[in-house]
Design a protein around this ligand. Structure first.
Ligand code: IVH
Length: 674
């Protein structure tokens, strides 16, 4: 073979590889290599073409590579966010769900639920104005969806006009591909869900039209005026309007019915023409749904009761430890790769040291692995009969990967030692720091596309990024010289990083990764601090003490959270890193969402129980109406709301002394037009 021929041969093989990667990414929505590997191969080929012009005649690379799907569609804000669902795995979780509903609504009677199969497809929201479909969105990040109208209208099962519809209605449901139809597409996509996702995000809707997509409607987003009383009425009307509604939807009351329905449908699963991974239970009464509202991620009025998970047997080759962003040490079993429900699993979590001791899990053991939906696979049990005689008890490492000793802390609410060991070094530990950076760029935080976990790992190894501020001063020229980075990917990254500088105060607080400060608590803190300037006072030890004391007044922020904030800022490195990050950002001032509420700018406190509503509902109602709820009585308080059942005399006394308005239970209902 001449040199010329050799080069041609190698080039052709690489092109073949690229086409395969490209197909997996763009057609199947199921990438088989990282973006980095993809770009690396692409650049290699472009370099070769430059060097040997005769190659260009074989294939034109620019015609092979598509564009990134995420930037293909216009983003539109959902009028009502598309939330996800909390999960239940067993009967106790469902009993707990029912108990919480009753507690919140303060009722003891049975609560009617709508039970609906959870279709494993891709969710979409269809907007109709005066009965005409105006646009359709994908879920996106739940707040902003992608405008995929052109593709959605190719689906025959989606009506384009609704007769006698309210002025505005958004119909939400699941796009899917039937199992039989998927058989014909098997060589193109990994599974029906990927096929549905990939087809919906085609740039060319003529391509989407070729795929037999179907749609089950399951609910509504915005509606004006409200014409429904119950979820089951919604489903009935959706059917009348011409939507497909899953035939297994029905309403249930008791836990026995729920259990029966669950196992019935589980056994029917394989006979259905579509994949389902559980049953969604929704409070049937829409007024109850409204009262229950939602937490930041999921509605309180619904839950997905998942079908039992898939199990497999394997052996443990090694047990390693991983360090999380809060310093938590998680033991992970490296197992002989095994397929669990179509996915190859080679790592399974062992949770913590106590769990290993309780189950006496050892290297070399034969174990049962369980994988439930999107939950990380776990080691369920050990088959001790298969254990070799010379096997040794696993001794849990007492030091972090960084070398410093780990600690088990005392849980402040239970006064018991935590099961989890932690490294307490924060940014001083390289392993924790890397995880903190991954958290910082993640979807619910700075949301920097193109800076995923693997890229952070590689930038860390190259010493490009060590601190949060480093992200905003990446030397892109260095990147250019790096294999695997092309002009396109660098420009995209540059833009994503620059765009992310503008961030809300609550997202910023969540992003910096203080333990015990999740999205909800970050919102409470943002409402408290209001500006980044005020937040910066946490860097000053004297002011910090004062601030931490006044956090007592904030409902939701307890001792645990205050102590965690204190620990975070007491660590010099943490403090300095966040201090140098803030000036390169544009942190937006906190905006009260419901300023015009009946209780706007009022500080409220409750004492005693109410007859017609639970404390949780009273609290959520007050917040919805713009009030701030205080935990301790002070001059700042505007109203002390006194429930009829066992109010605290001391509180009433103190409020009187401070000349604070006392509000009776009756007056409270009147105040909110209840
Ligand atoms: S109700 C607030 N009903 O499950 C969430 N969701 O994890 C309201 N899904 O993204 C969703 N079948 O795409 C609902 N009968 C059903 C569903 C269903 C499938 C999907 C939905 C959502 C996900 C929630």
């Amino acid at each position: 073979m001449t040199n010329h021929e050799k080069i041609k041969k190698q080039y052709k093989e690489k092109i073949k590889k690229l086409i395969k990667f490209n197909k997996a990414y763009f057609d199947k929505d199921n990438p088989i290599v990282t973006d980095l590997e993809f770009d690396k191969l692409k650049i290699e080929l472009l370099d070769q073409e430059k060097k040997y012009p005769f190659l260009k005649k074989i294939k034109d690379l620019s015609k092979i590579i598509g564009s990134k799907p995420s930037s293909k569609f216009e983003k539109i804000r959902h009028t009502k966010p598309m939330l996800s669902l909390a999960n239940a795995f067993k009967k106790e979780d469902m009993l707990d769900f029912q108990k919480k509903l009753k507690n919140f609504l303060n009722i003891s009677s049975k609560i009617e639920l709508s039970s609906e199969p959870k279709i494993d497809g891709i969710s979409a929201s269809l907007r109709y104005e005066n009965g005409i479909m105006t646009y359709g969105l994908s879920r996106g990040d739940g707040t902003f969806g992608e405008n995929i109208t052109d593709n959605l209208i190719t689906i025959k099962e989606i009506p384009k006009k609704l007769l006698d519809a309210p002025e505005v209605i958004e119909v939400r449901g699941e796009v899917y591909i039937g199992k039989k139809d998927f058989e014909k597409l098997k060589n193109k996509f990994a599974n029906p869900r990927n096929a549905a996702g990939g087809s919906l995000r085609q740039k060319d809707s003529r391509e989407t039209a070729k795929i037999p997509l179907k749609f089950f409607a399951y609910g509504i987003g915005e509606i004006k005026p409200q014409i429904f009383k119950n979820q089951t009425d919604v489903l009935k009307k959706l059917k009348i309007w011409g939507f497909e509604v899953n035939p297994f939807c029905k309403y249930v009351e008791s836990i026995d019915e729920i259990e029966k329905k669950h196992s019935e449908l589980d056994s029917l699963r394989s006979t259905l023409d579509y994949d389902i991974d559980g049953i969604v239970y929704k409070v049937n009464n829409l007024n109850f749904q409204k009262r229950l509202g939602s937490t930041s991620n999921s509605p309180r009025w619904a839950i997905a009761y998942k079908f039992s998970s898939i199990k497999a047997i394997s052996t443990i080759n090694d047990i390693i430890i991983q360090v999380g962003r809060t310093g938590a040490i998680t033991p992970v079993a490296k197992i002989n790769p095994v397929t669990v429900g179509g996915v190859v699993v080679s790592n399974a979590t062992l949770h913590n040291e106590d769990e290993i001791n309780r189950k006496d899990i050892r290297i070399g053991d034969t174990v049962t692995i369980q994988r439930a939906g999107d939950v990380i696979p776990q080691v369920l049990s050990v088959d001790k009969s298969k254990r070799k005689k010379n096997s040794k008890k696993f001794s849990f490492p007492l030091n972090c990967l960084c070398g410093s000793p780990t600690k088990k802390e005392i849980n402040r609410s239970t006064n018991k030692k935590d099961a989890v060991r932690r490294c307490t070094k924060g940014y001083d530990c390289d392993f924790t720091a890397k995880e903190k950076l991954k958290h910082l760029v993640s979807k619910d935080a700075f949301d920097i596309e193109g800076l995923g976990k693997k890229v952070i790992d590689s930038f860390w190894d190259l010493s490009f990024i060590r601190t949060p501020a480093d992200i905003f001063s990446i030397d892109y020229e260095k990147l250019e010289r790096l294999e695997g980075w092309g002009e396109l990917s660098i420009n995209n990254l540059k833009k994503a990083i620059n765009d992310s500088r503008k961030i809300t105060l609550s997202k910023f607080i969540y992003s910096i990764g203080i333990r015990h400060i999740g999205q909800e608590n970050a919102k409470i803190l943002a409402a408290f601090f209001r500006t980044d300037k005020k937040f910066s006072e946490l860097f000053d030890p004297v002011k910090r003490k004062h601030i931490l004391k006044s956090l007592d007044d904030l409902d939701g922020i307890g001792d645990t959270q205050a102590k965690s904030i204190e620990d975070f800022f007491n660590n010099k490195k943490n403090s300095n890193f966040i201090k140098s990050l803030m000036p390169v950002l544009n942190i937006e001032e906190f905006k009260q969402i419901n300023k015009k509420g009946k209780l706007s700018n009022k500080n409220i406190m409750f004492t005693g129980g109410f007859e017609k509503m639970s404390r949780s509902e009273a609290k959520s109602l007050a917040e919805e109406n713009g009030a701030k709820i205080l935990g301790t009585l002070s001059k700042k308080l505007n109203y002390l709301v006194v429930g009829n059942s066992k109010p605290t005399k001391n509180k009433i006394q103190k409020a009187k002394e401070l000349k604070i308005d006392l509000i009776s239970e009756d007056k409270w209902y009147k105040l909110l037009n209840r």
